[in-house]
Design a protein around this ligand. Structure first.
Ligand SMILES: NC(=O)c1ccc[n+]([C@@H]2O[C@H](COP(=O)([O-])OP(=O)(O)OC[C@H]3O[C@@H](n4cnc5c(N)ncnc54)[C@H](O)[C@@H]3O)[C@@H](O)[C@H]2O)c1
Length: 369
């Protein structure tokens, strides 16, 4: 039999949630509450096995610990996965049952949407627990998180420009954007307004057409590329805003850019690709630093939503990145190693200040009275 404790040795708590009446099968993984209660989205996916789901939730929840630490949020890392087909298996009752399991953790875990789940799903969960973030404004949430995420990408591009050229001016440079969805479109629009040259690709013709008509409106130039052509674009920056794993053995040799800065999660297929980028003198902005705007918004929501405050906090991405570039350069390490080290030392330093339950919605002692 698999030694389960060996498998989850990095994690504080893993909860298997089973509700026969609704068919809910979910796993909640709390990687760390050293900085505060665990925060992380809930993914719904038709995993082939429980092992596959467990692997995913363990990996994702650990990533959230680093992301929260980097974004200076007083939260730890967690994540949930629901085993099921988002197109067939969703019911309001299933999300209410999920909400009850979240509630049973008594404030140790906050969650919301991720791949395969929508804000509407969490309106059902919200009836069972307050530990839900990121629902629409009409339900008291902070709404679309892609706005601060796109701002974060722009700050990331400015910081990287600064590191490469001494100025954070985005104009007069070229950017190859993969994905013109909620985040990518906003980034493209801002870059066009700044006077940048764009190469773009998207599998959706509608997304491309929308950007082309925007470009026409302001008289800017956009070159549309198909599929893999985006990796070979003669641009200054590659801006991945679609799927993860796109920096891999097949694509890395094609890149001609000076830097990579984008919102996509888990851009590097493997840690060693960070070293290959360094060897090729391509500056890589660690994804979880650049795309933290959405996390900053949902974490901030618990103080009551305020868009302006979120944008101010998101601005910190600029300095965080410059510090990481400096630390990587000074120590001859990759930017991913530098960023991981930065997060680990922040967790170490903060752990001595935050008590284990300091951010729980109900302090432990009140349960006993
Ligand atoms: N939305 C947020 O707040 C947020 C926060 C953090 C990270 N991210 C990450 O940023 C990325 C984009 O998020 P989003 O919210 O804009 O998603 P989205 O679904 O709105 O947009 C993704 C876009 O990529 C396109 N696309 C999909 N496959 C493609 C391919 N093979 N080639 C080219 N284009 C492709 C889609 O057609 C779509 O237009 C995702 O990786 C997401 O996980 C988003």
């Amino acid at each position: 039999m698999t030694d389960m404790f060996q498998k989850i040795k990095d994690h504080e708590q893993v909860v298997f949630c089973n509700d026969e009446s609704t068919g809910l099968k979910a796993i909640i993984a709390i990687h760390s509450t050293r900085l505060g209660p665990a925060l992380g989205g809930c993914r719904m996916f038709p995993y082939n096995s429980v092992d596959e789901a467990l692997e995913d939730v363990l990996r994702l929840s650990k990533g959230m610990t680093y992301k929260c630490a980097a974004a200076d949020c007083d939260f730890g890392g967690g994540k949930a996965v629901i085993i099921g087909d988002p197109l067939k298996d969703k019911t309001p009752e299933l999300f209410r049952a999920f909400g009850q399991f979240v509630e049973s953790l008594n404030g140790r875990f906050y969650t919301g949407t991720d791949m395969g789940t929508s804000t509407e799903d969490f309106v059902h969960a919200l009836k069972e627990t307050n530990c839900i973030v990121g629902v629409d404004e009409v339900y008291g949430g902070s709404g679309d998180s892609s706005v601060p995420t796109a701002h974060g990408v722009i700050y990331g591009l400015q910081a990287t420009n600064k590191a490469l050229t001494g100025t954070d001016d985005l104009s007069g440079k070229s950017y190859a954007i993969q994905g013109l969805g909620k985040v990518g479109y906003k980034v493209a629009e801002r870059l066009l307004e700044e006077g940048a040259d764009l190469f773009v690709t998207d599998i959706s013709r509608q997304a491309i057409d929308q950007l082309l008509s925007k470009a026409k409106e302001i008289g800017a130039g956009v070159k549309v590329l198909s599929g893999n052509e985006i990796y070979e674009a003669q641009a200054d920056f590659f801006v991945p805003c679609a799927m993860g794993g796109i920096i891999n053995d097949e694509t890395i040799g094609l890149l001609k850019v000076k830097a990579i800065v984008g919102s996509a999660n888990n851009q590097l297929k493997d840690m060693r690709h960070g070293q290959i980028l360094k060897d090729k003198s391509i500056l890589y902005a660690p994804d979880y630093i650049v795309n933290a705007g959405g996390l900053i918004q949902v974490a901030d929501e618990l103080y009551t939503p305020n868009k302006e405050r979120v944008l101010r906090k998101t601005k910190a991405i600029y300095n965080s990145l410059l510090n990481i570039y400096e630390h990587a350069e000074a120590n001859g390490i990759t930017t991913v190693e530098a960023s991981n080290q930065f997060c680990e030392s922040r967790i170490e330093a903060r752990t001595r200040r935050n008590s284990f339950f300091s951010h729980m919605k109900r302090p432990k002692w009140s349960v006993r009275t």
